[in-house]
Each structure stands twice: as C-alpha cells, then as structure tokens.
Write a protein that binds this ligand. Structure first.
Ligand code: GDP
Length: 466
C-alpha cells in the first residue's frame, strides 16, 4: 500500500517500476571537468525539462527518466524501467570512498572523466583502483573534445551530429586520443572502445567523447548510463516494498534552528519521521528517533525564510537531511539504519559497530600507522598499501592522537616508523609528541600524494642508512 502511493507520486508518464533510481558518482583527476559536467547535466535537464523537473536532493540531484528521454531525443531507444538517475553532487574520489554502503560502494555506477588532452593522470588511476575494488560498473567520459584544435562546436549535440560537423583531420585527432585512452584502460585490465562502436557494455567499457562546456555528447553519456544501469543493476536495484531504511551519512552538520543534522543518502528502504534509528559513531552507535526529515525547498519557493521543507517519508534512492536528538558524535561515512518493530535494537547496533571494527587493523607486526576520516577511505587506503606491499601496524578512523605517535615511535624498523593521515587533523598533544620523537606524519587529501610522500621519505631513509 505504502509502495503504491509512492509510485503514484513519481508522476505521470513514468513507467511502473520495481527498480529504484541508480546512484551515480562522477570521478576523475582534478580539473578534468567533474564539477562542470555535473553543472551541465543539471543545466541541460533544467533548460529542456518540459516533461518534468529535476529534483534537488540533499547532496544529490535526481534526473527523472522522462527528462532524460527528452534530452536524448532520437538517441533514446529501449524500454527502461529505471525511474531516472541520482547524481551525487560532490564529485571526486574522496567523496566516493566516503560513500560506502554495506557490501561495497554506495554508487551503483560511476562516470570516470578524463581530459582527452591530458589522458590518464594519477587520480584517474586512483579512481580506477577504487572502482575495481568495489566492482562498480563505469563509463569513461572523454572530456574537453572542444579543445582539440580546429574543433567546430555544435552546442548540446549528440555525438553523431558533432562528429559530422568536424573535418577529417579533427575526427582523426579525436580518434587517436580515444585510442590512447583505450590503451590506458587496457593496461588497467579493461577492454573498451568508443561507445558507438561497441554493442555490449557488460563486456566492454564505453568511452564517450564529450564537452562539458558545450554539452556535446552529454546526451550520449546519459544514454550509456541508463543502458549500464538497466543491464548491470536489475537485481541490485530492487526496491524493498517495505522494510527498514538504510543510508550512508554524507555529512554531520550544524543547521541554524535545527541543531545537529545528518545529510544522508538513503539507498535502501524507507525513512519516516518518528522511526527508531541506529547511527554509527567512532565508538558505540547512537540509538535515537528521527525528529524530522528535510528536503531542499523547491526553487519556486526559494524566497521562503526556511531553506528546508519537512517531509514525512522518503524512499530510496534519495538524499535527505535527518534531524534527531543525540547525534552530535555521528560519524560521516558510517551507516544510519532504521530499526523495525520486530528487530532487536542491540543486534542492529552491534551490526553497525562491527562495520568499523572490521575496517580497523590492529596487529603486533611491524608496519605504518594510518588514520583516515571515514570507514570508506580507511578501506581504500588499506587496499592501496596492501597492493604496494607496505605493511600496516594499525589502521583506524579519527584524528591523529598522541597514542598513534607513540606507537609509531615504538616500531623498530625505521622505514615503517611513520603515521599516514588521510583527510584528518593532528591533535595538539600528538604534535608535542612528534617534537619529542621525530616520527614523521604524512597528511594529504589525495591517497596518491600521501603514498608518494611516504615513498620519497622511505627512499631518503634508505640513502641515509647506506
Ligand atoms: P574538476 O576539478 O574535475 O571538478 O574540474 P572542473 O569542472 O572544475 O573544470 C576544470 C576547468 O576545466 C574549468 O576551468 C572548466 O571550465 C574547464 N572545463 C571543464 N570541462 C570542459 C570542457 O569540456 N571544455 C573546456 N574547454 N573546458 C572545460
């Protein structure tokens, strides 16, 4: 019954569907165009959206199928049961690693964006490693094609029209760049080709040439994403008709008049105000009740004093702000889960607690100490260190403490007596300890840079030891 009323709300012209909206994340090297692409997707669909409006969520934007149909025009082929696509607004692999769900990545699909003029860069590879680890299907957006010399822009056009307008030389130039990307992808273990030359995206990765500025190829990109979602995710996207909502906390935020709130991506089930929830922290999970569920106020009502609109109910996939008592110590990147009446609160709390426990590493062996901001980034960094065969003595979520420095100082092997912090702060007493013990601390918001800095230091240490 509940399920029915939600479907009815989805709007006219929407196919009846068992599938929830797939969650899509845009990743890639800095400056390759992640933000511009997200803006373009939002802009295009707002401008052309006769069939229905896009919906702004907390931390995400939903593009309904009807809008994609319209944007894609004659490109749109096939019978899609997916209600649309939910794009996570914060681009980049950092948000991706934080956006973890039980069982893997929160994002069902990803767009890996690569500047065709620069090719693969360190964060491109880092993004691919993350996609591999979580087995996330993805499409490559070969961006900035308008920068190819001699390019004739065809505003907002699908790829076929765009290519037609170019000279033989420009087309050849684009092809060469695409082949370079195909070569790089092959080195990473993937078969790929320009998307209009492949027929089965489950076997090959489509490379879609686009310009995030002019919008050329963006409609093609949306089509490929729909196709991927339909083929790969049919099983995973089944909406649970009823059942407890499960989400990932994007941010813990103070809001004026509301106190502490949680920005959450709900990826399974439903939230209702009044629901009992368990929320992950660094220590014991919090058990509390949803006081209010808030969505961004629609653009048409933007003059209102209040930025958020209370709603009684939300269903996956959705971005929503949760207001609840006692949530000050909630941990970004951890789970928020509704406890239904027939479930045991303690058992659910234990389940959520164990997520952090299993991500932690605490051994007696020699190795480095790592600290990160979220469970997802901890898993990603541990994965990277393991692939480089760098041993880990301890790995945990949270700021760098005095204890971390003392433990690192006690490591006998001078090459591992170090603390690596990903997107975390150093507490003042830890700094005092560093001055005493000389233990190096490496800090970065990019895994690649963190490892590179550590590697450089190791090389330096080795030279000194010789
Ligand atoms: P991000 O760091 O990956 O989010 O990259 P941005 O979206 O901020 O883009 C970096 C720069 O590249 C900005 O100056 C954009 O205007 C520019 N840019 C992004 N996409 C394109 C494109 O398709 N064509 C051109 N010419 N410039 C682009």
């Amino acid at each position: 019954m509940k399920q029915k009323s939600r479907k009815a709300k989805k709007g006219k012209g929407q196919p009846e569907s068992d599938l929830r909206t797939p969650i899509v994340c845009v990743m890639g090297h800095v400056d390759h165009g992640k933000t511009t692409l997200l803006d373009k997707i939002r802009g295009t669909t707002i401008a052309d959206g006769e069939a229905g409006a896009i919906t702004q969520h907390i931390g995400a934007t939903e593009i309904p199928l009807a809008v994609i149909t319209e944007v894609c025009g004659p490109l749109f082929r096939g019978d899609f049961q997916i209600p649309g696509l939910l794009f996570i607004d914060t681009p980049g692999h950092h948000s991706f690693t934080s956006l973890r769900s039980r069982g893997g990545s929160l994002a069902d699909l990803a767009v890996l964006i690569v500047d065709v003029n620069e090719g693969f860069q360190p964060q491109t590879i880092e993004s691919i490693n993350i996609l591999k680890r979580y087995r996330t299907p993805f499409v490559v957006a070969a961006n900035k094609i308008d920068r190819i010399s001699g390019w004739l822009p065809v505003e907002g056009a699908p790829l076929a029209a765009t290519l037609k307008a170019q000279s033989e030389r420009v087309r050849g130039d684009l092809d060469n760049r695409i082949y370079e990307l195909v070569g790089e992808l092959y080195k990473q273990g993937f078969n790929s080709d320009r998307y209009d030359r492949i027929s089965d995206f489950t076997k090959n990765i489509g490379v879609v040439p686009i310009s995030s500025i002019s919008g050329e190829g963006v409609a093609d990109l949306l089509m490929v994403l729909l196709g991927l979602a339909q083929k790969f995710l049919k099983e995973n996207l089944k909406v649970r008709a009823s059942g407890p909502g499960v989400g990932t906390i994007l941010e813990v935020k103070e809001e004026r008049g509301l106190g502490t709130t949680l920005d959450v991506i709900l990826y399974d089930g439903e939230f209702r105000s009044g629901d009992t929830i368990v929320v992950g922290t660094l220590k014991e999970p919090i058990v509390t009740k949803i006081r209010a569920l808030l969505k961004p106020r629609p653009l048409s009502e933007i003059r209102s004093e209040e930025r958020f609109l209370p709603v009684k109910h939300v269903a996956a996939a959705s971005g929503v702000k949760v207001s609840a008592p006692k949530i000050e110590s909630a941990l970004a990147g951890s789970t928020i889960r509704v406890v239904s009446e027939d479930e045991d609160v303690d058992a659910v709390a234990q389940e959520i607690r164990s997520e952090l426990e299993t991500a932690r590493i605490d051994t007696e062996n020699v190795g480095v100490i790592i600290k990160t901001d979220t469970i997802g980034s901890l898993e990603a960094l541990v994965g990277e260190l393991e692939s480089k065969e760098i041993p880990i003595h301890a790995a945990d979520v949270g700021p760098i403490t005095r204890r971390d420095v003392i433990r690192a100082a006690a490591i006998q092997d001078p090459l591992y007596s170090a603390v690596l912090g990903f997107n975390v702060k150093i507490l003042p007493d830890a700094l005092t300890e560093v001055q005493k013990s000389d233990v190096p601390i490496f800090l970065s918001e990019v895994i690649y840079n963190l490892l590179e800095n550590y590697d450089d230091w190791v090389e330096d240490q080795k030279m000194r030891m010789e």
